[in-house]
Design a protein around this ligand. Sequence first.
Ligand SMILES: C[S@@+](CC[C@H](N)C(=O)[O-])C[C@H]1O[C@@H](n2cnc3c(N)ncnc32)[C@H](O)[C@@H]1O
Length: 291
Amino acid sequence: MIENITAKDFEIFRNFVKESCGISLSYDRLFLIERKLEPIFKSFEFSDFSEFYEKLTSINGFFLREKLFDAITTNETCFFRDGHPFETFRNLVMPKIEFWLKNKSGGKKPGVRIWSAGSSTGQEPYSIAMIINQYASLMNSFSPDQIEIFASDISSGALGRAISGQYTSSQVKRGLSEQNLSIYFQQAGNKWIIDQKIRNMVEFKRVNFMENLSSLGKFDVIFFRNVLIYFDSATKTKILEKIYEMLSDDGYLFIGASEMIMGTDAGFKSERYDQTIFYKKVLPQTNLSSE
Ligand SMILES: C[S@@+](CC[C@H](N)C(=O)[O-])C[C@H]1O[C@@H](n2cnc3c(N)ncnc32)[C@H](O)[C@@H]1O
């Protein structure tokens, strides 16, 4: 059983969490954290904090670290969360994607890539996939498989649920229209299973924003929604600098409705479309006279 974590232990633990996954834990969450750690202490049979911490920071502590990230991350999400950003994606970004794909032969873009960064249990990337599927069949000018949807999360538990494509009745009631539910889901007992063609449009991978992300390449659209709220401002800036490098020059960045990136110096400017604020890159001035 977990003994009460002392203030000093909590400070050490807090630093570890911040360094390893960026999440900033405040002291007023100590009680909550103790409750979240309780099942981990039980299943690993740790007798005290130092035993737990030693394993956590050891080379063979990978499985424990995974369990910890599962426990401390907040995986709250739903289909078409907040509605309007997905309307903006459909009405503003999809015509642009169609344009990019048509002009692909002009050598501008080799293909279109979308990243759902912090995709939790998958509702966000699957919402994107449903929009692409509908738009492609309406316009008939490109195939959905010309667009790559890459979805990532640090939590293996959330990723596993996303990959399964199975949702409960209460999850499908949040954000999905009757029409989308009947077109894209099949009921099996008390589960709803997403259509295989939507499932196959999304590639899931475990990614920690604190690690080097350059191998993931560039993206034309990045959904980085409701993730920044868990980081302090220095960590936010560090991660946004990576996102800046990974967004193509004419790409679109969506963050959560209650999140702010202005004031972080990350090099984005905000634009508005209907109710949605989204972000574009501010590009460094090119010196035209230096030829
Ligand atoms: C609240 S959910 C947001 C889900 C979805 N983007 C949305 O807006 O509905 C935040 C997600 O960010 C993930 N996350 C937190 N820290 C992370 C990190 N360092 N690297 C990758 N993902 C992280 C969490 O596991 C969680 O699933």
